[in-house]
Write a protein of this length. Structure first.
Length: 200
């Protein structure tokens, strides 16, 4: 099983995975340059966690790509990390669950808010149920149950890799926003790697 450090090094080796721009919610046409300054890669990054166990490879980067269904060029708002079906997904950074869903292209999914960051995890196993407190994500076989408002520490298991939603194989689609703008998760992993290596 590749280590988290190996996964980060593998990512850094592919410069095509590291476009340095943000996207606003209005789409790719509103792209703007962003610099990862020293404050962005401060020691706080050492508390972040790589988001998937049993990582195999990066299968689709953030940015334009050929859609696997239509064949047309479409923007991909996340980073796809392949792992065996059932591999556990870990929370990137401590935060609060803001929504859970199981409909649409993202399939069974969860979003967690960590300060000004929102991280989104898609195509997980399980589904969403409701009780008198509202919706909650449940993966009984994986021992996972999460609901909006719940606090989740960094590195906690929050789900398992699956094939729910629009997908051609088991993987985690990992999306990130900073202050409401889409960010390339590869940039975040690069900042994590630099910070964590500096702290050794």
């Amino acid at each position: 099983m590749p280590s988290h450090s190996f996964a980060l090094v593998a990512l850094l080796g592919g410069s095509a995975l590291l476009p340095s721009f943000l996207l606003s919610d209005r789409g790719p046409a509103q792209a703007q340059q962003v610099a990862l300054t020293e404050s962005n890669v401060a020691a706080l990054w050492t508390r972040a966690s790589f988001p998937v166990e049993n990582f195999q490879t990066y299968t689709s980067p953030f940015g334009y790509r050929q859609d696997p269904y239509s064949g047309s060029q479409r923007f991909h708002y996340g980073l796809d990390l392949a792992a065996p079906n059932g591999s556990y997904i870990r929370n990137w950074w401590a935060g609060e669950v803001v929504w859970v869903e199981d409909a649409g292209a993202c399939g069974t999914s969860i979003a967690i808010q960590s300060g000004e960051w929102t991280h989104i995890y898609c195509h997980m196993q399980g589904h969403v149920e409701r009780d008198n407190q509202g919706p909650f994500l449940i993966d009984r076989a994986g021992g996972i149950q999460l609901r909006p408002g719940q606090q989740v520490p960094s590195g906690a298991r929050i789900g398992r890799v699956g094939m729910t939603g629009r997908t051609t194989g088991p993987h985690l689609h990992w999306g990130m926003k900073y202050q409401g703008n889409w960010v390339d998760p590869a940039l975040v992993l690069r900042a994590m790697y630099v910070s964590q290596q500096a702290s050794l």
